[in-house]
Write a protein that binds this ligand. Structure first.
Ligand code: SAH
Ligand code: SF4
Ligand code: F3S
Length: 462
């Protein structure tokens, strides 16, 4: 074992669960810790600080945290008995939802910090050291959390950028409104500054993030005469960011059908930097279930929206989220979900068995569906979604697509990039092309990726 007293600097290991917003938060936490001398390491064993950035969305996700804490307990016990130290912090949505329970169930946890409080990490760590652990910070922020974060460092040519947080929709199955708080939009200037700084560091593609990203609104601050009367939505923000030289691609997720407006549809149709890919979860195809879920849309209104979006941007690839086995879902309701899937034709999708979450209205509803039934429905739905995905991928064969090369492949001389439709593309290309966008002729599909060859710009234009 290394002698800790001689070790230069400190190390942090961050394990991230859940959604892209957590990935973004983990990056920002690493950025906050860097000036304190923490370098990021890729295993917990020798780390001075371990952060679990957790997800509460389904029971399985939340349970993973406790099993991981069990493993960490062994490591920490061995370290402590060797006269060493290890600080364990739990962040993210489980921290927010079950803070006191974590401290009671897992006494070796020193610090519990919610998604709206992690900007205080430096002070909280100092407090945990002073008070020997048990620090709980799960207040919803009143100040602008983002203003307190360190300068953003880019890591590769594609980056996430959180522009909106929280949720006011209260779907009856979902914990997010309780773990992330009310909908809050970041200001245009802060978003633009972060985007510019990323682009200056070589970023070509930015994915704007929010639990309900298209609920983002710009309310001009009182006294800002120039901006008064401006009411921007996500479409206007995307057009604004598209003016940044060097930024080539803009994406956003996750959108809610209730917040799709004409401004966003028009931007999707007109702004070339906006990628033709839209993640628009529908959850179910039966109006009875959508109502019980408190989704605020019907199957027909969703399909009408998709038609409008496709009319504006004919090549758009659609993606969705589905829940099977919500309380009260009959076979007939489930068939309506399958029918909606046939009508829409998804390029990709995520589907889940309903998970009963404590404190949500759905958990107390009658008509909970048996596990067996959920399994069968999920298998049928996934078979259809998988077939649609495979078909969408196969349809790319022979096409020339611009690919942004993000990382090296497993084979020497190979790079892995992304198509406009968010597909992974494997290409033989020199390392020097990492971080650039080049035309690729798609020649093959594997279960999880496309494969293609570089073509010249002239061939691409022909
Ligand atoms: N804000 C986004 C997504 C939030 S969570 C939206 O409204 O679409 C991501 C996905 O997890 C949801 O779209 C839903 O499909 C799934 N999910 C959320 N709560 C769930 C639960 N209790 N059981 C199963 N899946 C759930
Ligand atoms: Fe959850 Fe619904 Fe809010 Fe999405 S819109 S985060 S599913 S409550
Ligand atoms: Fe999970 Fe929280 Fe994201 S519950 S899905 S990490 S918002």
């Amino acid at each position: 074992m290394t002698d800790r007293r001689q070790k230069q600097g400190k190390s942090v290991f961050i394990r991230t669960y859940g959604c892209q917003m957590n990935v973004y938060d983990s990056e920002r936490m690493a950025g906050l810790l860097k000036p304190l001398g923490y370098g990021v390491v890729d295993a917990p064993d020798d780390a001075d600080l371990v952060i679990l950035n957790t997800c509460h969305i389904r029971e399985k996700a939340a349970e993973k945290v406790y099993s991981e804490l069990g493993r960490l307990k062994k490591i920490k016990t061995a370290r402590v008995s060797a006269g060493d130290e290890m600080v364990i912090a739990v962040a993210g949505c489980v921290a927010q939802a079950e803070g006191p329970e974590i401290i009671a169930r897992a006494p070796m946890v020193d610090l519990v910090v919610g998604p709206q409080a992690y900007h205080q990490l430096p002070e909280l760590l100092a407090r945990a050291a002073r008070e020997c652990g048990d620090v709980l910070a799960t207040d919803f922020a009143v100040e602008e959390k983002f203003d307190r974060l360190a300068e953003r460092e880019a890591d590769g040519p594609a980056a996430y950028l959180t522009i909106q947080e929280g949720c006011d929709k209260f779907c009856t199955f979902c914990v997010v409104p309780y773990t992330r708080g009310a909908e809050v939009s970041r200001g245009v200037d802060a978003i633009t500054a972060e985007a510019r700084s990323l682009v200056a560091q070589g970023v070509k593609e930015i994915t704007l993030l929010g639990q309900n990203v298209n609920a983002w609104r710009f309310a001009a601050p009182a006294g800002d005469a120039g901006a008064q009367g401006l009411a921007w939505g996500l479409g206007e923000l995307c057009r604004h960011l598209a003016m940044i030289d060097g930024l080539e691609r803009i994406r956003f997720m996750t959108s809610h059908p209730r917040d799709i407006d004409d401004g966003l549809i028009a931007a999707l149709g007109e702004e070339e930097k906006l990628m033709p890919y839209l993640h628009l979860p529908v959850q179910a195809g039966s109006d009875k279930i959508l109502k019980a879920m408190n989704r605020g849309h019907t199957a027909a209104s969703y399909i009408t929206q998709i038609a409008k979006i496709r009319a504006a941007r004919p090549d758009i690839a659609l993606s969705g989220d589905f829940i099977v086995g919500f309380p009260g879902e009959t076979n007939e309701d489930f068939e309506a979900t399958l029918a909606l899937v046939e009508e829409v034709q998804y390029a990709s999708a995520y589907s889940f068995k309903y998970s009963r979450r404590p404190g949500t209205p759905g958990a107390a509803m009658p008509g909970q569906v048996a596990e067996d039934e959920k399994n069968q429905r999920l298998a049928r739905l996934q078979a259809r979604l998988e077939a649609q995905r495979a078909e969408f991928n196969r349809a790319q064969i022979g096409k020339i697509l611009p690919v942004l090369f993000e990382k090296s492949g497993r084979h020497p001389g190979q790079l892995i990039g992304r198509s406009p439709y968010l597909q992974s593309v494997h290409v033989d290309a020199p390392q020097s092309m990492l971080g650039s966008i080049a035309p690729v002729r798609i020649e093959d599909v594997t279960p999880n990726a496309l494969a293609g060859v570089l073509v010249t710009k002239a061939e691409a234009a022909a």
